[in-house]
Design a protein around this ligand. Structure first.
Ligand code: NAG
Ligand code: NAG
Ligand code: NAG
Ligand code: NAG
Length: 275
């Protein structure tokens, strides 16, 4: 009698332990996706690319070349009328769309869009990355790109085609295309959608941009250190960028500098910078 009571007690303990083990396994298996993806990497990488910083090289030679082998999707965020900002309802729709579109995950999004803070809508931010360029160099590249295009879409007629004014000549007559205000262009990409972000020289905009770079971006590389940027990304986000550095190193010269702006006279730049 005494024995069998003790036996039943042991049996009870045994089932209790078994029950908890099963419960733990069940909880782990049914944990939300974030629990599992935390181990294998993020599900959305957002590259809010800036024109004339090497962004096409990066997007084509890394994202579009690797998406099959690393099993992710590449989606272009096409902004209407080349504007970089979205209205609040559009931001909401956009965030809702990309975070709930499970069939497309993991996804690499790219587009000329100012930083969108997902956390303002109660959703965690995706992995933000970007590439920046020395502002005068970027402006020069853009200036000549509008006139002579590049080696990427050769036939395409650019908006200033036929205009042979050099950047220096433009500066001398205070032209619009070489207006130093254009050196502000990269700030709103990081400052975001706040009203002051596009005000050239606004100190708060600069502060916000810097703060976001530090706090909201995983990595912001520079054009002249593209290879280092890719190497770091491969280490930081391997589920998207595994094999990226090797692939980049194997590219022929023409593709590594996919959008080499034509007719850019490099001696001009030093004239301007050192004066
Ligand atoms: C973006 O949308 C415009 C029309 O809104 C279209 O003309 C253009 O081809 C699109 N660009 C890309 C790359 O899909
Ligand atoms: C997101 O937007 C795309 C393109 O507009 C659409 O095809 C897709 O169904 C949307 N996904 C969700 C989950 O709303
Ligand atoms: C620029 O083009 C105009 C006419 O197309 C020509 O007369 C002029 O000599 C050109 N200037 C330079 C510096 O090539
Ligand atoms: C660049 O411009 C300078 C002066 O205009 C000229 O002397 C030089 O040969 C040019 N270099 C190239 C590569 O075209």
């Amino acid at each position: 009698m005494f024995h069998s009571q003790k036996f039943r007690l042991y049996l009870f303990y045994f089932f209790c332990i078994l029950f908890f083990l099963v419960l733990i396994k069940f909880v782990c298996d049914s944990a939300p996706n974030s629990f599992k993806t935390a181990k294998i990497g993020p599900s959305i990488v957002f590259y809010n690319r800036i024109p004339k910083t090497g962004s096409t090289t990066f997007t084509n030679a890394i994202a579009y070349d690797l998406y099959k082998q690393n099993s992710f999707n590449v989606l272009h965020v096409n902004m209407t009328k080349n504007r970089q900002v979205m209205s609040l309802p559009d931001q909401y729709r956009f965030i809702f769309n990309i975070t709930s579109w499970k069939e497309r995950l993991p996804a690499f999004y790219h587009g000329h869009v100012a930083f969108v803070d997902f956390t303002r809508y109660g959703v965690p931010n995706p992995v933000y990355i970007n590439i920046i360029r020395e502002p005068l160099e970027r402006l020069l590249s853009h200036y000549y790109f509008l006139r002579y295009g590049d080696n990427y879409r050769i036939g395409l007629k650019r908006s200033r085609a036929g205009n042979n004014e050099t950047f220096d000549e433009c500066v001398v007559r205070s032209g619009k295309d070489c207006d130093m205000k254009q050196m502000w262009l990269q700030i709103p990409y990081f400052c975001g959608h706040l009203h002051y972000c596009t005000e050239v020289g606004n100190p708060l905009a600069l502060e916000t941009a810097k703060k976001n770079v530090v706090e909201k971006y995983l990595l912001v590389g520079t054009t002249d250190r593209m290879r280092d940027t890719i190497a770091l990304l491969e280490q930081l986000v391997p589920n998207f960028f595994q094999g990226a550095l090797h692939h980049f190193d194997e590219l022929d010269e023409n593709r590594a500098h996919l959008r080499y702006t034509k007719k850019k006279n490099s001696s001009e730049r030093s004239d301007l910078v050192h004066c």
